[in-house]
Design a protein around this ligand. Structure first.
Ligand SMILES: [Zn+2]
Length: 453
């Protein structure tokens, strides 16, 4: 039972469970990963009240609690945390033939201009959040457009689904079409009003969101830093060091700064609750500045491959003497999927191409607890343990005939998880639970739209 609602009914699921006892990048996969073949997750008042071996939890449950037994081949795990995504780009996902800077001009900016119309924002926000539920994404850090209405639309829809969501209006006052530009002052004022409206309301949080150093003047970056100092509970999100062309442009725009990270550093935009997309081409000096300020990086593998941006080096991010908080992210529409299993599979391939590897436990941790930590939400989401918010995904470990036959040859949990992240997709998401309520059930929904919570 929780203190907020002492008479909340307990809902309990029984099946295999994956949860975390530590960080695999620090203690290794075997000590970090907890696997219980027969576990119960009990939820009440939006939180997890028990999670552990079934025999022990059974004794602790109130008499008469109904325990739903999940099918064989089900695996309960924490909901996925998408650390970096642009919901307004959903309509241009899978657009052909451009690298970052071209891609912004040809596809992204025209798509974002349509969000001047609130009805477009509402329609895309609904489609985006429904797709999240179908994919088991229960928390996300989201870029909106320059229009404040694009934030209102997304926050309202997230609130009706009780989702934990962080989002913000993009700040952009140069190097973008006129219709998508604000000014340093207007961007500051509009963001401030949005913070008053949404920050800390239910499960929602506000992120001050300068798109990147190219599209914000020094005055705007300054204003963003000032706003963050006035509202330190808010998040800060942007992009850094994604592509070679972008880095060269930043160098021309900010000749006095020693490097790309130095631009954000000088404007007070690094720190805990700051999360930057990509970080592919960072120097050791930049990594050190990111680590020492507690700043986080969102690794976006499908986007890096699709836009041809480069290969993220998690081994550099996680150097033992200065580990950086890293989360995993879809980066739609530069990214090509909202499936986290697909995203983990591509993270493995990126690591391989970069000369390292990505064990399954590490990928699953980045996709859940690691992401929660990167967003400074650890203790709230990203794990199945008492006190955590009850965001649960139930995987189907035999979601297609190919996966089912491969799983028959899996010898241990790590191999099973690796098969899932290599072969699995949205068909493997059997159920998604948000704040203790079932928000998506693949088998009940059939091919239709997700059921609203
Ligand atoms: Zn992005």
């Amino acid at each position: 039972m929780t203190s907020t609602d002492p008479i909340a009914p307990v809902v309990a699921l029984r099946g295999a469970m994956l949860s975390w006892a530590g960080d695999p990048f620090v203690v290794g996969a075997a000590r970090a990963r907890r696997y219980d073949a027969d576990a119960i997750v009990a939820m009440a008042g939006g939180r997890i009240v028990h999670a552990g071996p079934a025999a022990a939890v059974m004794r602790a449950l109130p008499r008469g609690t109904t325990v739903e037994r999940l099918p064989r081949d089900a695996l309960m795990m924490p909901g996925f945390v998408d650390c970096h995504v642009h919901y307004p780009q959903l309509p241009v996902i899978a657009s052909y033939g451009a690298q970052l800077l071209d891609w912004l001009t040809r596809y992204t900016f025209p798509a974002e201009a349509a969000f001047a119309d609130d009805r477009v924002a509402r329609r895309v926000a609904r489609a985006y959040l429904d797709e999240n539920l179908r994919q088991g994404i229960t928390t996300a850090a989201v870029f909106c457009t320059v229009h404040p209405g694009s934030v209102d639309a997304l926050m309202r829809e997230a609130a009706t689904r009780s989702m934990r969501l962080i989002a913000g209006k993009v700040l952009m006052d140069r190097n973008a079409p006129r219709a998508l530009r604000d000014t340093a002052t207007r961007g500051y004022d509009e963001s401030k009003a949005l913070i008053a409206r949404w920050q800390g309301r239910g499960r929602l949080g506000y992120a001050i969101t300068p798109r990147f150093a190219v599209t914000s003047s020094p005055a705007q970056l300054e204003a963003a830093g000032a706003l963050w100092r006035e509202h330190p509970d808010c998040w800060m999100q942007s992009h850094v060091s994604e592509s070679a062309g972008e880095i060269a442009w930043v160098r021309r725009l900010f000749p006095r700064d020693r490097d790309y990270v130095g631009v954000y550093e000088r404007h007070g935009l690094l720190g805990r609750r700051a999360i930057y997309g990509h970080g592919i081409h960072l120097s050791e000096r930049e990594w050190r500045a990111i680590a020492s300020t507690g700043t986080s990086i969102a690794h976006c593998p499908t986007s890096n491959l699709f836009l041809g941006s480069g290969l993220f080096r998690w081994d550099r991010a996680k150097k033992a003497r200065r580990p950086v908080r890293v989360g995993l992210a879809t980066d739609v529409g530069g990214g090509t999927t909202l499936s986290f299993l697909r995203t983990m599979g591509e993270a493995y391939k990126v690591a391989h191409l970069a000369g390292t590897s990505m064990p399954a436990a590490h990928a699953f941790w980045l996709a859940t607890q690691g992401g929660a930590r990167a967003l400074d939400l650890d203790g709230k989401v990203g794990n199945l343990a008492p006190g955590f918010e009850a965001d649960v995904v139930v995987l189907d470990l035999a979601s297609t005939p190919l996966v089912a036959q491969r799983m028959r040859h899996a010898n241990d949990v790590d191999e099973a998880l690796f098969v899932q992240m290599t072969l699995g997709d949205d068909r493997a998401i059997r159920q998604t639970w948000i704040a203790g309520r079932k928000a998506w059930d693949r088998d009940e929904a059939g091919a239709g739209p997700p059921r609203r919570p």
